[in-house]
Unconditional design. Structure first.
Length: 235
């Protein structure tokens, strides 16, 4: 068999795997029932990010919180998805930083005292009791975009300025209503993923957590392991 034919076969195989992976992401989106709730584009990016975080051993939870900051704060733009079981677990309101904009945030920062939100991927860490009650500390994963989150004391907390009637602005944190706080803390256990998204081409070009090849490799590796386990142990 000629080297040219082998190369062509390899290219076709790679294309087939890529195509099947994209179709699988769309299938997961449909099964999760997100039509008219979350755009497919955002789900796809979150799905890819989730498996990149797993590949880098940053998260251990099946759940990821997603804040769609392309939407107005009047919308239920905060989601928690179980990516393993294709379930939308939670959807409600969330505040953004006061200097990021009014209803729709348009400016983001990684700097201390900016009072702005920071886009990108995060990982939840310790649950603690602070001035806003039970809260979750997060570490930013994206260098130059949110890696100063801990120093800036960016956390997930409850706030009296978030409700179904009015959503104010935070100091840069992800603030939810006090009514929603307990379920959010419960769902986002230690080392869950968080994705704050806004249309920012520089971020999309620079983040390492939206590498589709890495996501596909991790996804296939996990599925192959489960199949092998069933063959070996009959479970």
């Amino acid at each position: 068999m000629s080297s040219l034919l082998l190369t062509l076969m390899l290219l076709v195989s790679v294309y087939d795997i890529s195509d099947r992976f994209e179709k699988h992401i769309k299938k997961r989106y449909d099964e999760t029932g997100l039509e008219n709730k979350m755009s497919y584009r955002l789900y796809r990016l979150s799905f890819i990010g989730y498996y990149n975080l797993k590949k880098h051993n940053e998260i251990t939870s099946n759940k990821m919180a997603i804040a769609d900051f392309r939407q107005s704060s009047k919308e239920k733009r905060f989601y928690i998805i179980d990516f393993e079981n294709n379930i939308l677990l939670f959807q409600s309101y969330v505040a953004h930083g006061e200097n990021s904009g009014n209803k729709i945030p348009i400016s983001f920062s990684n700097e201390e005292n900016s009072l702005k939100s920071s886009i990108g991927f995060y990982v939840t860490k310790e649950v603690y009791i602070g001035s806003n009650g039970v809260s979750i500390r997060v570490d930013g994963m994206d260098e130059g975009f949110n890696n100063n989150a801990r120093e800036r004391m960016v956390v997930i907390h409850g706030a009296d300025y978030v409700s179904d009637r009015l959503v104010g602005t935070s100091k840069g944190c992800l603030a939810v209503s006090y009514e929603d706080r307990d379920i959010v803390v419960k769902l986002l256990s230690y080392k869950s993923g968080v994705f704050i998204y806004s249309s920012n081409e520089e971020y999309l070009d620079r983040t390492k957590y939206l590498n589709i090849e890495t996501a596909r490799s991790q996804f296939i590796s996990e599925r192959s392991g489960k199949v092998l386990y069933k063959i070996l142990y009959g479970e």
